[in-house]
Ligand binder design. Structure first.
Ligand code: NAD
Length: 298
């Protein structure tokens, strides 16, 4: 099956990055920012649609501007790329796509219900993919019919920069779905890395464990800056594990560990300091405070 149109559900950090790289590679993109169809009065739809589109597509424009500044694309390319992205708040528009990539908030209930809706909306041959970081693909797709057309396509942050993409096959994923998805990843000038369908796959499983142990090092009396310095200078890490926790968000790391503890048991239990960071709202860069202080200087 030839992929011409890709629908991306969720226009957050990851969804807008995925929409951008797909449009840059020449695909038509339908960016579904919310599903408001039938949820609000019909008369309010056009206004909300316009508001969501400005909010959802503006970051892509900003990212393309940075590429122009670096001389990697021209102003005309930006116009053409943005011209291939259609924003909408109507999930039914996913029916025009041959590949749908769900990239909404990391909750099993939300993702499962979106997959159920997509199963009803999209033609049977459409591939339904999730960008989940940790949730097993088989759990997200447990109640849908086309299990052979379901796969994990897990992009890394920031999407336009990172070369590797995990491709997660469930027991039901067909060879054709796997091949088509891997070829799609390659067409974005990225490299697919195949992973088994266990919570956390390969990347989140190893990274979240490393971050958790780094937080334990802080509980044992080590300074965060010394933990990060040691890993950068002694192990050649490009970023320290606590800096990475602040970048990803302590809540996201905790959620990943809880999903993995569910699957693998006690050995992947989050340490108490990580839980208290989340409870106190010290989530990292997004709240201005994590293991480091990001508050703007007065
Ligand atoms: N942030 C990362 O570093 C990272 C890396 C790899 C994968 N992921 C995964 O990507 C997914 C999205 O993460 P994110 O960081 O972009 O989150 P985010 O909070 O930035 O974005 C999530 C988006 O989903 C939207 N959304 C919620 N319900 C929706 C619905 N019913 N229809 C359409 N949109 C809806 C929200 O409005 C929001 O814009 C998660 O599964 C996460 O685990 C995140």
């Amino acid at each position: 099956m030839e992929i011409k149109t890709v629908a991306v559900i969720g226009a957050g950090t990851m969804g807008s990055g995925i929409a951008q790289v797909a449009a840059q590679a020449g695909y038509n993109v339908i960016l579904i920012m919310e599903n408001l169809q039938g949820q609000i009065p019909e008369k309010d739809l056009p206004r909300l649609q316009a508001e969501y589109c400005v909010r959802g597509i503006a970051p892509i424009g900003g990212s393309l501007d940075r590429l122009i500044k670096r001389g990697l694309i021209q102003e005309a390319d930006k116009k053409a790329i943005l011209g291939r992205i259609k924003g909408t708040v109507n999930m039914n528009e996913a029916k025009a796509a041959q590949l749908v990539i769900e990239s909404v908030t990391e909750t099993l209930e939300l993702k499962s219900s979106i997959f159920k809706d997509l199963d009803a909306i999209c033609p049977p041959e459409t591939i339904l993919a999730s960008n989940t970081s940790t949730l097993p693909i088989s759990a997200i797709s447990s109640s849908i019919k086309r299990k052979d057309r379901v796969i994990g396509i897990h992009f890394m942050n920031p999407v336009p920069v990172m070369k590797g993409v995990e491709v997660i096959l469930s027991t039901f994923t067909s060879q054709d779905t796997a091949d088509t998805s891997k070829n799609f990843v390659k067409s974005l000038d990225k490299e697919p890395c195949e992973a088994k369908d266990h919570a956390g796959f390969i990347v989140s499983r190893l990274l979240d464990v490393l971050i958790n142990e780094a937080v334990q090092c802080v509980m044992d009396g080590n300074k965060p800056e010394e933990v990060d310095k040691a890993m950068k200078l002694c192990c050649n890490f490009p970023i320290g594990p606590l800096e990475l926790c602040d970048l990803v968000g302590a809540d996201v790391v905790l959620h990943g560990l809880e999903t993995m503890e569910n699957e693998f048991g006690e050995r992947l239990k989050a340490v108490p300091l990580l839980k208290s960071q989340v409870r106190s709202g010290a989530l990292g860069r997004k709240t201005g405070k994590g293991f480091y202080d990001y508050a703007p200087r007065q």
